[in-house]
Design a protein around this ligand. Structure first.
Ligand SMILES: [Zn+2]
Length: 380
């Protein structure tokens, strides 16, 4: 699902088109031009049918995109970032950053897509009422009204990760107050729906329709995979949610003097000590830690901005971000909250303070990712 064509940006969200979409595009155009249109509207010529098939396919594509934009719009309103919208063989996916924080937000984001599809069905239905006596307009209008209605209904099937499954999750979450329970119920329902699709597919094949049967099995298989992987992702986020900063942070870090020249810092810390993205700089040369005070932080990006020939003469204090302007997190903070703060400030490492404001540790994104990798491998 990686190879995507970038179509542009809407509301600053990149829109991607997976090459598998062209298969759908071709199939829809072909089946409309050679099947549906000539059957329903025999008065149209073959050339017109192909042209109409093409235009209708593009409008169908626009309908799926609008459905996803419905989700994205609501997510943005709930202050949740949308990384991308991708269209592929089974429709579209709006990649939403993280899980909604409340059942209400989850409900609004999930229901927005089907509502858009329903509105589009209504719109094309009204258009059909107006143009039903003009065959070349009536044919695409009624087909688009039907397909959008099907999209709305299909997506409301209560199996995770379909929209209906997410609505179900929001409902159970609201009722039980437990995201974990809701997530389990929604995933189970998703798996039941997936197996129903596959079972139906087998029945359809036995009934003699190989293509439709295979298609149903394919959809079921896809739903089953998607349910399993989004369950894993939600549990992982849940795992991170239950962790606090002081359970992950480093309690020891190299203590650099603010007068250390950049050349020495590069040589001793980065080249020898492995990749470290930022350093806490301490004031004073004293070996007694009690006499040292955190003065600021220097990052690799700050260092490389200075021409290399000036490194030996530039002390760390000259380019560091001073202590009072540093973004810091606290020991008792949720790891996810800390990650969000780091993301907003666009820093890879932050000092960690205890309740009385003393510096007690350093948290880096690297450490958090290590925890995520470890936990996902252990399936915790
Ligand atoms: Zn949807």
């Amino acid at each position: 699902m990686e190879a995507s064509i970038r179509l542009g940006k809407i509301w600053d969200i990149p829109i991607g088109l997976n090459i598998s979409w062209f298969l759908v595009f071709g199939l829809v155009t072909w089946s409309l031009a050679t099947g549906y249109f000539p059957n329903e509207y025999p008065q149209l010529s073959a050339g017109v049918n192909w042209l109409l098939g093409l235009v209708t396919s593009i409008l169908f594509f626009g309908s799926v995109l609008l459905h996803e934009l419905g989700h994205a719009y609501m997510a943005l309103r709930e202050k949740i970032a949308v990384r991308a919208i991708n269209l592929f063989i089974f429709g579209g996916v709006a990649q939403i950053e993280g899980e909604p924080q409340t059942p209400g937000a989850e409900f609004r984001i999930s229901i927005a897509g089907p509502i858009v599809s329903l509105a589009l069905a209504g719109f094309f239905g009204v258009v059909w009422l107006i143009d039903q006596n003009i065959p070349w307009l009536a044919a695409p209008s009624i087909w688009l009204a039907r397909i959008n209605l099907i999209l709305a209904i299909f997506n409301m099937i209560p199996g995770f990760p379909l929209d209906g499954g997410r609505v179900l999750r929001a409902g159970v979450w609201k009722l039980t107050g437990s995201f974990r329970k809701a997530n389990r119920v929604a995933t189970l329902s998703g798996q039941i729906v997936a197996f129903l699709f596959m079972g139906l597919g087998i029945l359809v094949i036995l009934g003699g329709n190989l293509f439709n049967g295979l298609w149903l099995i394919f959809i079921g298989w896809f739903l089953q995979n998607a349910a399993a992987s989004s369950y894993a992702q939600s549990t992982m986020q849940q795992a991170l949610q239950s962790l606090r900063v002081d359970q992950v942070m480093a309690r020891q870090w190299p203590k650099l003097s603010s007068r250390t020249p950049l050349s020495l810092l590069m040589e001793e810390q980065i080249l020898r000590g492995g990749p470290r993205y930022a350093f806490l700089v301490h004031e004073g040369y004293g070996y007694d830690e009690g006499e040292q005070r955190a003065a600021g932080m220097v990052s690799l990006t700050d260092i490389v901005r200075i021409p290399q020939q000036r490194w030996p003469y530039t002390p760390a204090e000259q380019i560091m971000v001073p202590w009072d302007r540093l973004v810091a997190v606290t020991t008792q903070m949720d790891l996810l909250e800390a990650l969000r703060i780091m993301g907003e400030a666009n820093v890879a490492q932050v000092p960690v303070l205890n309740e009385i404001g003393d510096l007690v540790g350093v948290l880096s994104r690297e450490q958090v990712f290590q925890i995520i990798r470890l936990r996902s491998r252990l399936q915790i």
